[in-house]
Design a binder for this molecule. Structure first.
Ligand code: MAN
Length: 350
């Protein structure tokens, strides 16, 4: 019998030491959450590189970009009572939140899907302007005809929203601004239209009524979105009790659209689950995982910058195989091959 998940023997494929920081003041803290695609006979990934300023004793410093895209370093004394640095990912100073790391994206290519190389031919993509001053993160890539749609998280003190860029050649990018306003992330555009309409998953967060649920939206042009519907909510006492969000674009199967998503519980443990959606109306959920299809098991998934995390936003399909690229413990990039037919079997229950 085929297994649902087979991790690659060379895992983790990429770790912070494998790339060079973007500037001398910075240290790469995490390589994570890549989008994946195929281009020119190669497999490409759009990697999130999270960097931190070099730390000095007695202080904590955080990086931000100014309006001109220049790096600015903010430094706080560790004994300052206005400082709360109990979370590895965010610090709060005097009511204002800052990310401890700032992320940019890098495009790497591979001929075997395992060994990836960075070349000067494809320069890194940095955050730009007011809405990306805390960086850009977790890029999904959807290919529709010749165009690649990059949906990614824009982070600034204004909030967290979804940005869109398009490219034909991975060298020139067109920016289309913010397509889902704060607080929103985890956006993946379907790779084909359904009855003439574009569809996208997204994940707004509502602090009062509602929560961190997965939504779907429609569009006539792939840029302007409406008719939003909530398709999956958190479930008490399950792996997805606190939050969930889409992985990469869903996979078209005979039984429906198969969407892989991440679900986290209140201990911030991130696992993967699956949803099966109606082929003609993807806002209709046919089935959903009762238990995770993949959960943190290996040392590199359990211990790291932020442990007990498996997070995916990129995969490449090859017949029944889904080559899932994922962020492991918010620090490394790893690869696992999942079987479409085996996942579908687990979704037969409803
Ligand atoms: C959360 C985490 C971080 C990320 C921020 C902003 O705190 O997912 O990794 O940097 O959100 O998106």
């Amino acid at each position: 019998m085929k297994k649902i998940v087979a991790r690659h023997g060379q895992n983790p494929l990429l770790s912070p030491k494998d790339l060079k920081p973007s500037q001398p003041e910075m240290v790469i803290e995490c390589l994570l959450n890549p989008g994946a695609f195929t281009y020119g006979g190669k497999i490409g990934i759009v990697l999130r590189v999270a960097e931190r300023t070099k730390q000095k004793e007695g202080t904590v410093s955080v990086p931000i970009y100014d309006e001109m895209g220049r790096l600015k370093i903010m430094e706080f004394s560790l004994d300052d009572p206005k400082l709360d640095n109990s979370d590895a990912r965010v610090i709060t100073y005097d009511g204002e939140q800052y990310l401890t790391t700032i992320s940019h994206l890098r495009v790497l290519f591979s001929t075997d899907g395992v060994n990836f190389e960075e070349t000067t031919e494809y320069p890194p993509i940095f955050g730009q302007g007011t809405y990306e001053s805390y960086g850009i993160e977790d890029c999904r890539v959807s290919q529709i005809k010749d165009t690649y749609y990059l949906t990614y998280t824009m982070v600034s003190s204004n909030g967290v929203g979804v940005g869109l860029k398009t490219t034909l050649d991975w060298k020139k990018f067109k920016s289309h601004g913010m397509i889902f306003s704060p607080h929103n992330k985890d956006c993946a555009i379907f790779e084909e239209t359904v009855n003439g309409k574009y569809y996208a998953f997204h994940r707004p967060s509502s602090p009062e009524l509602g929560g961190n649920y997965m939504w779907i939206a429609e569009s006539m042009d792939g840029m302007h979105w409406g008719n939003h519907k909530c398709i999956a909510r958190t479930r008490p006492d399950r792996f997805d009790s606190a939050r969930l969000g889409a992985g990469a674009a869903p996979i078209k199967t005979e039984k429906g659209w198969l969407a892989i998503y991440h679900g986290a519980d209140h201990q911030h443990r991130y696992c993967l689950g699956a949803l099966l959606l109606d082929l003609e109306d993807p806002s209709k959920v046919l089935s959903r995982s009762e238990v995770p299809i993949m959960e943190p098991e290996e040392a590199y998934e359990k211990v790291g910058f932020f442990g007990e995390v498996i997070f995916t936003n990129g995969h490449v399909i090859d017949g029944d195989d889904i080559h899932v690229y994922y962020g492991a413990s918010d620090e490394h990039v790893a690869l696992a091959t999942l079987s479409i037919s085996e996942i579908l079997k687990t979704l037969d229950h409803s």
